[in-house]
Design a protein around this ligand. Structure first.
Ligand SMILES: [Zn+2]
Length: 262
């Protein structure tokens, strides 16, 4: 498949001929390309944005035409472009070990690790009446989080603790894990992931009484840059009654307890 002219809906990406600016951009042309990044943004500024890890919005920034092409075409296009990236790096794509990598990466992006970009994949939690009249907090702790830093496209791995107080409806326990998983399968910043999970649970459970805590290690911090393998990042969202000190402390006590082993 040709890179250029495949679809008017796909970003125009210059042919990666080394040493030339096929799209006419020079480093100081002050012209934004199709990705919205201006050529004048220096490497230093780009690095700084990558380190800031601030979320600009609760919504994942998406192109208006994000789903104008289907998943099969996305896989084809990503395969083609990833093959070029590998080629630019100097890798021999005729090697038996490498030749399948572009397709593997493309399928992994679309079908697995970034499948949460597509709202069609959002879990549809089933709610039940709170027949047990359990009106205390419910905490689902140590939910595995595996997401990807949107600044470096390397993993963020950790745990989420999710809690809510029923307003009359209860949700299947595994659905809490599913909601965490869905929003994790996107390029993310941890702050946005935390808020997206919290807001979705508030919407589904029809209550503000939702809390989400995420404790995670960023591989962009541990395997590059400052190479700090020990630090982890904690983010939290406390809604409704969880913003009250006593309720918050109760939650934090539960989270601090050693997990049950079976
Ligand atoms: Zn990062």
């Amino acid at each position: 498949m040709k890179l250029n002219g495949t679809s008017s809906n796909t970003p125009s990406i210059s042919q990666p001929t080394t040493g030339s600016h096929q799209n006419g951009h020079t480093p100081d042309s002050h012209q934004a390309d199709s990705t919205g990044v201006s050529a004048w943004e220096t490497d230093e500024l780009v690095d700084e944005i990558g380190d800031a890890h601030g979320a600009s919005s609760i919504d994942t920034p998406m192109r208006p035409d994000a789903f104008a092409i289907d998943d099969d075409l996305k896989i084809d296009l990503i395969e083609e472009h990833f093959r070029e990236i590998m080629g630019i790096l100097g890798l021999d794509l005729t090697d038996d070990s490498l030749k399948g990598s572009p397709r593997r990466v493309a399928k992994m992006y679309v079908n697995e690790i970034f499948s949460g970009l597509n709202p069609a994949n959002k879990p549809k939690p089933t709610l039940f009446d709170n027949k047990f009249r359990y009106n205390e907090m419910l905490v689902e702790k140590d939910i595995t989080v595996q997401t990807y830093c949107e600044h470096h496209f390397v993993p963020i791995i950790g745990k989420a603790h999710v809690a809510y107080i029923s307003s009359g409806k209860v949700i299947g326990l595994s659905k809490l894990n599913r909601v965490v998983e869905y929003f994790s399968k996107r390029p993310q910043v941890q702050e946005r992931l935390t808020v997206q999970i919290a807001e979705e649970l508030k919407r589904v459970l029809e209550t503000e009484d939702v809390a989400v805590i995420i404790d995670a290690k960023h591989l962009c911090v541990s395997t590059r840059g400052v190479h700090d393998i020990n630090s982890s990042t904690i983010t939290a969202s406390y809604g409704g009654k969880f913003s009250e000190e006593a309720t918050r402390q109760e939650l934090l006590r539960y989270v601090a307890q050693p997990s049950v082993t079976i």
